[in-house]
Design a protein around this ligand. Structure first.
Ligand SMILES: Nc1ncnc2c1ncn2[C@@H]1O[C@H](COP(=O)(O)OP(=O)(O)OP(=O)(O)O)[C@@H](O)[C@H]1O
Length: 264
């Protein structure tokens, strides 16, 4: 479904600020894979997502989506096939538009309710009720009135309204309180599994990284240093992950939020 071949990206090349953000990254993500991604601060995790979305031109390497080489396809065209959620719940939906207008945007009706069929409206209501947040009874309210968790759940629904070729979750629960984060993660898991969505999720929560999905990648200094699936992954603990990091990178893990998560 998604393949990266020898992808390299250096920011500010040839200057004192030079930063090699992705170094020869090759990855093959199968259809229906749910991959969690962890790593040190500045490891290149968000840059990996930006590369997949086409936010910049690669220095070298290529990216295939659904078997098609999209390396030179501009970001706005790739966006139709890629769903993305960010840490900030305020991104991804339009605050001044109502819940149903936002869903009309996601459905491809340009946000125009006059273009939304009765069947689509019923589908909006049905999908909202699956979130278990009562949003199906607030469809005419502006999205700006929703809480962070409600807004992130709505954004998840919008990003998956038409099943994307790949769903990219960039620490999408990190700004939520622990209870809400758990709820949004559970929703994520059910939506991804029910729709058989190919998904990559960056998280600083090592337990979530192990609990969700079928594969975990660990990144450090622009490289994927550990890629684990199957029985080996099933038997891993958080402490195994921090040990692995030390062993493979030659230093201690420096992701403050990941370490805080361990201490909690
Ligand atoms: N547009 C950019 N211009 C210059 N440098 C950048 C740019 N984007 C990322 N970088 C640098 O590339 C490196 C990787 O950044 P990235 O945001 O991908 O890390 P990350 O793994 O997501 O980190 P974190 O967990 O801290 O969010 C960092 O050193 C960052 O400062």
């Amino acid at each position: 479904m998604l393949e990266l071949k020898n992808v390299c990206k250096t920011f500010h090349a040839g200057t004192p600020d030079e930063k090699k953000a992705l170094i020869d990254v090759s990855l093959k993500i199968e259809d229906g894979d749910f991959v969690s991604i962890i790593g040190a601060n500045g490891a290149g995790k968000s840059t990996l997502f930006n590369a997949i979305c086409g936010s910049f031109v690669l220095d070298s390497g290529s990216i295939y989506l659904g078997g098609k080489n999209v390396t030179m396809v501009p970001e706005h065209q790739r966006a139709r096939q890629i769903g993305r959620l960010f840490q900030d719940p305020m991104r991804g939906s339009a605050p001044d538009m109502s819940i149903e207008e936002n869903l009309a945007l996601a459905a491809g009706n340009g946000g125009w309710l006059s273009r939304v069929s009765a069947a689509d409206k019923k589908s909006f209501r049905d999908r909202l009720s699956l979130l278990g947040m009562g949003l199906e009874d607030r469809m005419r309210q502006p999205v700006g009135l929703l809480s962070g968790g409600q807004r992130q759940a709505l954004t998840l629904l919008m990003a998956t309204y038409h099943v994307p070729k790949v769903l990219l979750l960039d620490e999408h629960t990190a700004a939520l309180d622990p209870g809400t984060a758990e709820k949004v993660l559970a929703l994520t898991q059910s939506i991804v599994e029910e729709n058989h969505i190919t998904c990559l999720m960056i998280t600083h929560n090592m337990q979530s990284a192990l609990d969700l999905g079928n594969r975990t990648l660990m990144m450090d200094r622009g490289r994927v240093i550990y890629d684990v699936t199957g029985e080996e992954r099933a038997s891993l603990t958080i402490s195994d992950l921090t040990d692995k990091f030390r062993q493979l990178s030659g230093r201690a893990l420096d992701n403050d939020r990941m370490l805080l998560g361990v201490a909690e």
